[in-house]
Design a protein around this ligand. Structure first.
Ligand code: NAD
Length: 489
């Protein structure tokens, strides 16, 4: 990588085991904590992608024929490298994304856990054999699919690439990663560390860029499968384009998670969970609490939530949002809700951090008496903001949750097992929390929402990913026992 005056060297594409820059147009990478420039990254074109696909195709025969037990050895070593370098990796995520150091460290820990799961794949991908009639046996083996691609969003620069890289590669595929153009630096360390762990050149390739590269990925005939994580608007574009080009695709989209709070909910636990869920990573999580639905008399819980929210100090235990544009968008939603009659209980607008005046901060925000018709109740705001809609009973609360076009997560806070069960059954979301504000399933369970939060069958992580990254080969064998051949003669 070439040295520049920025904090980090220029970001380059990683193709066939080499970092390279082909004189593409460059984008500045801005640190959202203070507005300084961290580095630059290339806006690659379809020729760069084509080169990466060719490198992946060249690596594929040897890699796909390497036994899986040998393939995962790379990930055992890689996991150790991440553990040894976790402080440096977390610092990088903190600087390019703006989340706190603690959150960035938790993100890298999650990447480690995802890699650990990939190390267990040899125990999970065994095929099946059955004698289907006398002397005739059928077997199924799970084979890799070829060259595949993974397109990532800005909010988890290290973890989201680990939703795909370890599993797809351990299962024998060669992968092209397209990181978010807003946070591309972490991916460089992923490539460097995987190479150090022994991953052969060409098995992982990284092509940086924006919309044009995503379009080129969806249309490239050499790419067999596309996984996407990002907004619903782009997830739909990617799903339609890649399936029209006859590829398999799973595309995870945005979210508007509803947290149903019942009057019998545990006061302290509920208040701190809802506030942590809405404010963690400055609300820029697809699992964040966006909409609290208060059922009946819950004023005591809201008062406690306001107390909890006031403990969050931007620049200390609350990170920045990603950009000036994001800050402006979030604050506009808050102002419009206020103008439409909602009550701002905790107001995070116009927040600055001393010494980091160039950063993009929004303080924790709690808005009560929001009505379902307001834009803030319908759209994904993606900031440290929770809106509260009041309902008279659980049916009304569930009906509100069910009307949302999204369906990533939903949660219920109650001491009643019976009422929790009703929400588990009737909420229209792929991931449900009971007294948990961020119900992320941990490996080996898979991650993925419903409705407009995910397009495509199956989930992206855990056991479900095995089906996505492999294709079944069925062999029928007749052993002709009646021939009674004496092979020894
Ligand atoms: P985004 O959709 O703007 O970008 C995601 C990727 O798509 C990036 O790599 C980007 O370069 C590319 N892209 C952007 N516009 C494009 C276009 N018009 N055509 C083709 N490609 C395009 O998302 P983001 O802002 O980076 O990330 C935040 C969003 O991601 C939120 O909506 C969040 O809920 C969602 N997200 C969802 C999950 C999930 O699991 N469902 C996880 C993380 C983030």
């Amino acid at each position: 990588m070439t040295e520049t005056l920025n904090k980090y060297p220029e970001v380059q594409n990683y193709i066939g085991g080499n970092f390279e820059s082909n004189g593409q147009d460059k984008l500045d990478i801005i640190c959202p904590l203070d507005g300084t420039t961290l580095s630059t990254m290339p806006l690659s074109n379809s020729d760069d992608l084509d080169k990466a696909v060719k490198a992946a195709q060249a690596a594929y025969p040897a890699w796909s024929e390497t036994p899986i037990k040998d393939r995962v050895q790379v990930f055992y070593k890689y996991k150790t490298l991440m553990e040894q370098n976790i402080d440096e990796l977390a610092e990088l995520v903190h600087l390019e994304n703006g989340k706190t150091i603690g959150e960035a460290r938790a993100e890298v820990e999650k990447s480690i856990e995802l890699t650990e799961f990939a190390c267990s794949l040899p125990q999970l991908v065994e095929g099946e054999v059955l004698e289907v009639s006398k002397g005739v046996e059928c077997r199924i083996e799970k084979k890799p699919i070829g060259v595949v691609a993974s397109i990532a969003p800005f909010n988890f620069p290290h973890m989201v690439p680990h939703w795909t890289i370890p599993n797809a590669i351990a299962l024998g595929n060669c992968l092209i990663l397209k990181p978010s153009e807003i946070v591309p630096i972490s991916s460089i360390r992923i490539a460097e560390m995987l190479k150090k762990a022994g991953l052969p050149d060409g098995v992982l390739n990284i092509v940086h860029g924006a919309k044009e590269i995503v379009e080129a990925i969806c249309n490239h005939p050499g790419i067999e499968a596309v996984s996407f994580v990002g907004s619903t608007k782009v997830a739909k574009i990617v799903y339609k384009a890649s399936t029209s080009a006859l590829k398999r695709c799973v595309a995870l989209g945005g979210a508007k998670n509803h947290l149903l709070v019942l009057p019998d909910a545990h006061l302290e636990m509920t208040a701190s969970n809802v506030v942590a869920s809405m404010s963690g990573c400055a609300g820029q999580r697809c699992m964040a609490a966006a909409q609290m639905v208060g059922v009946g008399a819950i004023d005591h819980i809201i008062d406690k939530m306001c107390e909890e929210a006031k403990k969050l100090i931007p620049g200390e235990n609350l990170g920045s949002v990603i950009s000036a544009v994001a800050k402006e968008r979030i604050e506009r939603y808050i102002t419009e809700a206020e103008e439409a009659g909602a009550k701002i209980l905790v107001d995070g607008r116009n927040t600055t951090v001393e010494g980091k005046e160039g950063g993009f901060y929004v303080g924790p925000t709690i808005i009560d008496h929001v009505t379902p018709d307001m834009a803030i109740a319908q759209d994904e705001v993606f900031g440290p903001v929770v809106t509260i809609i009041r309902t008279k009973d659980l049916d009304e609360a569930l009906s509100l949750e069910n009307q949302s076009p999204y369906g990533n997560a939903a949660a219920v806070f109650t001491q009643s097992g019976g009422l929790a069960r009703i929400v588990m059954d009737r909420a229209s979301a792929g991931m449900i929390g009971v007294n948990i504000g961020v119900p992320v399933p941990r490996e080996p369970f898979s991650f993925g929402g419903w409705n407009d939060s995910k397009f495509g069958a199956g989930d992206i992580t855990g056991k479900s990913s095995i089906e996505f990254w492999t294709k079944p080969k069925k062999t029928t064998i007749k052993w002709n026992p009646e021939a009674q051949t004496n092979w020894m003669s």
